[in-house]
Design a protein around this ligand. Structure first.
Ligand code: BGC
Length: 358
């Protein structure tokens, strides 16, 4: 492992240092018109540039210029999320009769793996070229008991940039004790360019007839509710802002959209198209395909004008949105939801592809 790390570090450039002196490196990849910059801290996508219809590149992902900003105040900008994407109610669940308590960091609940989730951990990074693809292998071992989760989890994440400029993420994990896993990526998208203002005019399509309503702590109630006749209906593309100010109880709980859509295709062996986001002005278009059964659409509700991003501008509410492919929040406590349990001998696998058009 040490060896591999050294070789990889040779290819990244120094981005900064953590308080304990650990060096953080940044890798830059380019293929098919897409430019990606990734940190070994949190597997963070620090910058993702794609062209508009005139060939002009902009960075479409919110982020920071310094490692100090990521450590001090990042709301998961561009980060890998684990062990459990989104919330686990009260930070408690029972597996095979054994109760577990995981780190509580969001009111009474556990969010995105707890206070020190995968987003703030160091990853081993190794660049690769395979045919016309370029990419990075990211890996880390999450120790038994980390943030309260049972089992030593060996995690491998592959970021691939394809010849046509698609960004593909393949996740893999194995465990030595029965545990739960739900990995995702937390890019904040603004297809007009980070720091350029609100994404409320972006058009969004989500292939889901149902979503999982939440309680006031944003924990799913267990119901799979129809989107028909509600602001949550994106089966025909509409602007993000169109129904965001409708006086619907669910929008009040989350200060906007921050919900899990139940994808009509369900869990699939191959990634299938589930969402399209388009900025009509620049033409930049993101198409998301995934193997996962759920998609968290978060409309950047908690960005509050206190963070200054990579381009030197302040991020305000609604200046970006997240489309996080996942299993449903709080699945460990919801037997009717697709299972997030991983047992020794099994391999967790998940794939999400981000395709870009203009
Ligand atoms: C969650 C939000 C949370 C945000 C953190 C999203 O995935 O659903 O509730 O505030 O991450 O920035």
């Amino acid at each position: 492992m040490e060896d591999r790390r050294d070789r990889a570090a040779g290819n990244g450039t120094l981005f900064g240092k953590l308080a304990d002196g650990t060096e953080v490196h940044r890798w830059a990849l380019e293929n098919g018109g897409t430019r990606l910059k990734v940190l070994d801290y949190g597997g963070v996508v620090q910058s993702l540039e794609i062209p508009d219809r005139h060939g002009h590149h902009r960075n479409v992902s919110l982020g920071f210029d310094t490692i100090e900003d990521y450590v001090a105040s990042s709301p998961y900008f561009g980060a890998l999320i684990g062990r459990y994407g989104n919330r686990i109610g009260d930070g408690r669940f029972t597996l095979d009769g054994t109760p577990h308590r995981v780190d509580v960091n969001d009111g009474a609940n556990s969010l995105h793996g707890g206070g020190r989730g995968f987003d703030s951990r160091m990853w081993d990074v190794e660049p690769f070229t395979q045919g016309s693809d370029v990419g990075l292998y990211l890996s880390r071992t999450s120790a038994d008991g980390e943030m309260g989760y049972p089992g030593t989890l060996e995690v491998k994440v592959t970021y691939t940039l394809t010849e046509r400029g698609d960004w593909r993420i393949d996740y893999e994990a194995t465990t030595d004790r029965t545990t739960v896993v739900n990995l995702t990526s937390h890019v904040y998208w603004n297809l007009a360019g980070e720091g350029s203002g609100s994404v409320h005019d972006h058009e969004l399509w989500i292939a889901a007839s149902r979503y999982t309503p939440v309680d006031s702590g944003l924990i799913p109630t267990g119901e799979l509710a129809e989107v028909a006749g509600t602001p949550f209906d994106f089966r025909r593309a509409k602007t993000v802002g169109e129904d965001l100010r409708v006086a619907h109880e669910q929008l009040l709980y989350a200060k906007g959209m921050d919900h899990n859509w139940v994808l009509d295709k369900g869990a699939t062996a191959k990634p299938l198209p589930v969402a399209t986001l388009r900025d009509p002005v620049s033409g930049r278009t993101l198409r998301v395909s995934t193997t996962e059964p759920g998609l968290q659409f978060y409309s950047g509700n908690f960005l509050d004008g206190t963070l200054v991003g990579t381009g030197g501008n302040v991020y305000r509410q609604g200046d970006a949105l997240c489309l996080e492919t996942q299993h449903f929040p709080d699945s460990p406590n919801k037997p009717s939801f697709p299972s997030t349990v991983l047992r020794p001998g099994q391999t967790y696998r998940s794939t999400t592809v981000h395709s870009f058009d203009r």
